[in-house]
Design a protein around this ligand. Sequence first.
Ligand SMILES: *Cc1c(COP(=O)(O)O)cnc(C)c1O
Length: 223
Amino acid sequence: MSIAENIKQLKETLPQGTSLVAVSKFHPSTAIVEAYAAGQRVFAESRPQELLKKVQELPEADYPGLEWHFIGHLQTNKLKMVLPYVSLVQSVDSLRLLDEIQSWAAKNSRIVDVLLELHVAMEESKQGFYEEEIVELLFRAQTYRNIRFRGLMAMASNTDDFSIVEADFERADSLMAYLVDLFPELEDFNQLSTGMSHDWPLAVKHGSTMVRIGTAIFGGRAL
Ligand SMILES: *Cc1c(COP(=O)(O)O)cnc(C)c1O
């Protein structure tokens, strides 16, 4: 199926209230143009250099409404390659990174929208905060004057056992509900970014408001 058909089908299947983020990493700008022509507006990249190249190839004047999210591990020395161009950083995975984003945003008189990456998977290698770290951090949310906390991002365990994947999504969803309840003053904290090409139906079942889909739109990635 074509990129346009994949997008159409996903949009028809996703419930209202769950938005589609097209993960375009490792795919050329021509593929993004195809998706844009099919009505897709939000794209996500995971590497600063690649994001920057595509931002330059797809100027806003020619592609009105096109938005970028960052979903990769972000090194603090790469902030200026990323933050000016993205509407959301989905992958804030450490206090150090959050502090550096705050400094950059204050210096540049910007408000940066972020999701906090929750560590739910069983793999030790996955990035992200533990639940109690997120609670602690959000008690101090007002001290991050240039950051708008928009919600959580989580990646489920990398396993064929869908009961484990489902449990990961359930945990993210229930933490989200707990945080919304605990921090009513964080009015924009309402996004739960869960679900990728192979597991998004389970994520949607457990409260996902934003799925991040690459392969099921663009096909396989040449690494
Ligand atoms: C690559 C990536 C995706 C998309 O994965 P697919 O399996 O191709 O849909 C989603 N989220 C993150 C954080 C990624 O790095």
